[in-house]
Design a protein around this ligand. Structure first.
Ligand code: PYC
Length: 312
């Protein structure tokens, strides 16, 4: 392999400002079978590909990578697993919207309903005019309400823990303004909250979502800190699903009613839910947003380059 030159074909897009890089060919051979097993194999045996695709010098901390693979179920339009600058993520709402727009850009799908296999379950995506995509996400639920933790240098913080395809701790931002100018302070706060929460016995919760009043005519605005320290430029599809699960559990949003979630940039997703199992608090969330392709490229991995596999 010394001196090898690998080429991966990638399509970049952004969904409400948050980038997705879909690798459409050139990735390692992961065999067939369940998506979760292929995703695990990718991270166990080929993690250098993840780093080469999303880390500097080819990528940035904010990029979510998406490996397009053959679906296990031939009724699906695609199989995909997502990853970021530090490792795998479960589902990705903005990434699925980006993937569907990418598949349309490539001429592989047209308008209408498409099934997509992910490691955490099957999702259905509907491509509508104007690059709008509606994603019927995986079942979501609030697992713990009012979890209080003591955060060093901040004090007591109370929030809910919910699953929306990834694990979230959702906290009211209180007097903090959710604005781009405050990203460094919001990031530091979320990092401190996550460290305290993980230390307090919730090691799986890797996304922190601060929520506050809308600033652009929506229902609420959020700031989401992702596992690798980047913030989500979009309203976060899995984070919006987790939020819908909390709203449903609290009786604050009726089944089928729209919820406009603003990102820190002011871009929006429209969310809705239907009860899946009311007694268990499980909802079927739908999120809708818009993506645009920003680049089609060949990633070159030249093994003579000491940083060919990314800065890790
Ligand atoms: O949209 O679900 C999402 C997401 C997760 C991490 C970044 N975006």
């Amino acid at each position: 392999m010394a001196g090898a030159m690998l080429r991966l074909r990638a399509i970049d897009s952004h969904t409400g400002g948050e980038p997705t890089r879909v690798v459409v060919s050139g990735g390692p051979d992961l065999g067939g079978g369940p998506l979760a097993a292929r995703r695990d194999r990718f991270h166990r045996e080929f993690d250098r590909f993840r780093s080469a695709i999303v880390n500097e010098p080819r990528g940035t901390d904010a990029i979510v990578g998406a490996m397009l693979v053959e679906p296990d179920d031939p009724a699906c339009a695609a199989g995909v697993f997502f990853f970021n600058n530090v490792g795998p993520i479960g589902m990705c709402g903005h990434g699925t919207i980006g993937l569907v727009v990418t598949l349309a850009f490539l001429g592989r799908i047209g308008p209408g309903v498409h099934r997509v296999e992910t490691p955490v379950g099957l999702v259905t995506a509907t491509l509508e005019p104007g690059n709008r995509v509606r994603v019927d996400n995986v079942a979501s639920r609030r697992v713990f309400r009012d979890v209080r933790i003591d955060v060093p240098a901040i004090g007591p913080v109370t929030g809910d823990i919910a699953w929306g395809g990834n694990w979230f701790y959702l906290v009211d931002a209180g007097a903090l303004e959710l604005s781009l100018a405050d990203v460094p302070a919001l990031t530091a706060r979320c990092r401190a909250i996550r460290a305290a929460l993980n230390a307090a016995g919730h090691p799986d919760v890797d996304h922190v979502e601060l929520f506050g009043p809308p600033q652009g005519g929506g229902d609420a605005r959020n700031f989401v800190l992702c596992p690798g320290g980047a913030y989500d430029r979009s309203p976060c599809g899995t984070g919006t699903s987790a939020k819908l699960a909390c709203l449903a559990a609290d009786g604050k949003l009726a089944e089928g009613a729209p919820w406009i979630q603003e990102s820190i940039l002011g871009t929006t997703f429209e969310g809705r839910y239907a009860w899946r199992d009311r007694a268990a608090g499980t909802i079927a969330p739908t999120i809708a947003g818009t993506a645009f392709v920003t680049a089609e490229s060949t990633l070159v991995i030249d093994e003579r380059d000491a940083l060919a596999w990314g800065i890790r």
